[in-house]
Design a protein around this ligand. Structure first.
Ligand code: NAI
Ligand code: 5RP
Length: 300
């Protein structure tokens, strides 16, 4: 199969690598020429622009977008649209709002799949978890690509109609916020509690058989190993926030109580005051662990 990939940053390059490793052909484009050169080194055919990318894909184009959510997706689609027909498929693998995905699916001639992607840059080795919404035939047409990008056939599924993939990913991110907050609070109590504890050892012990073991807890272990028991100069400032805000907005609209997710979001907003809370400092460091997002350091 031949796949066009647009957006070759932390996540897009992994899509390129895994699709090539599975024996498919990739045509790659990014606004950043260096990123295109990196994809070409990995075996992709470089494209000069989006028109060139679509020319190189021939009939029945399959295109994966991995650009930042928002304007970049609209701008890319607008430029791609004149080159697309009903038997073409566009996948948006970024963190787009589900309503924007429904709007885009309705406005483009191609079949549009909204694909929530989880696993972060660590997915390079193990593959991602993919939550996909949109027409069934398009999901089936892209299945060989999803098999390659995900952990395998069990690592992806069609959630339902257009928008449902990004809807499920939005809720996933709300859960991610709450889990980070829960680990942060637990370690904050341990750090300030009665015993002089080695937190890396606590996290490692929990990760080996405990009820609360998880990848985020493995990233806590990594954070204490790399930053030290007191998290060194990691600042009390947790960036991000848009995906959790969407989750809370949707919960309000549906009148579903999500107090833990809301509280975790509120803690992030509160962290912008930078007053040294351990739980927020751990959340700041965990976002680097799973997403390679910048860690804000004290004094920055
Ligand atoms: N980093 C993470 O852990 C995860 C990120 N995502 C989502 O995946 C998407 C991409 O994220 P990252 O790879 O982390 O971002 P990134 O910032 O590392 O890469 C984005 C790439 O898109 C390129 N780009 C921007 N506008 C473009 C345009 N109009 N045309 C072509 N290329 C363009 C940039 O030059 C850059 O190379 C985002 O929607 C993000 O929210 C989803 C899951 C996890
Ligand atoms: O989707 C992700 C992980 O699953 C991305 O890392 C995303 O950036 C996390 O959300 P936020 O930036 O709001 O912390």
């Amino acid at each position: 199969m031949q796949l066009g990939v647009v957006g070759l940053g932390r996540m897009g390059q992994i899509v390129v690598d895994r699709v090539i490793d599975a024996g498919h052909d990739v045509v790659a484009f990014d606004l950043d020429a260096e990123a295109v050169a990196t994809a070409a080194d990995a075996g992709a055919t470089p494209a000069e622009d989006l028109a060139d990318l679509t020319d190189r894909l021939g009939e029945e184009k399959r295109i994966w977008l991995m650009v930042p959510a928002g304007e970049a997706v609209d701008a890319t689609l607008e430029e791609l649209d004149p080159h697309l027909a009903a038997d073409d498929v566009v996948v948006d693998g970024g963190n787009s709002h589900f309503e924007a995905s429904v709007r885009r699916a309705e406005s483009t001639d191609a079949a549009y799949l909204d694909c929530g992607t989880s696993g972060g840059p660590a997915g390079a080795e193990r593959g991602f978890s993919l939550m996909i919404g949109g027409p069934e035939w398009a999901y089936e047409a892209l299945t060989p690509v999803f098999d390659a990008v995900a952990t395998g056939p069990a690592g992806h599924d069609r959630m339902g109609a257009s928008g449902s993939g990004h809807y499920v990913k939005m809720v996933h991110n709300g859960v991610e916020y709450a889990l980070m907050q829960a680990y942060g609070e637990g370690f904050e109590l341990l750090a300030n509690g009665r015993y002089d504890l080695d937190l890396e050892s606590v996290a490692r012990t929990w990760n080996n058989g405990a009820v609360i073991r998880s990848w985020l807890l493995e990233l806590c272990e990594e954070a204490f190993r790399e930053e030290g028991n007191d998290l060194g100069d990691v600042a009390d400032h947790v960036a991000g926030g848009s995906t959790g805000t969407w989750t809370v907005q949707e919960a309000l609209e549906q009148e579903v109580p999500v107090p833990l997710i809301y509280q975790a979001l509120a803690e992030r907003f509160g962290s912008r005051a930078d007053d040294g809370r351990f739980a927020r400092r751990l959340a700041n460091r965990l976002r680097y662990g799973f997403g390679r997002h910048d860690v804000k350091r004290r004094g920055e």
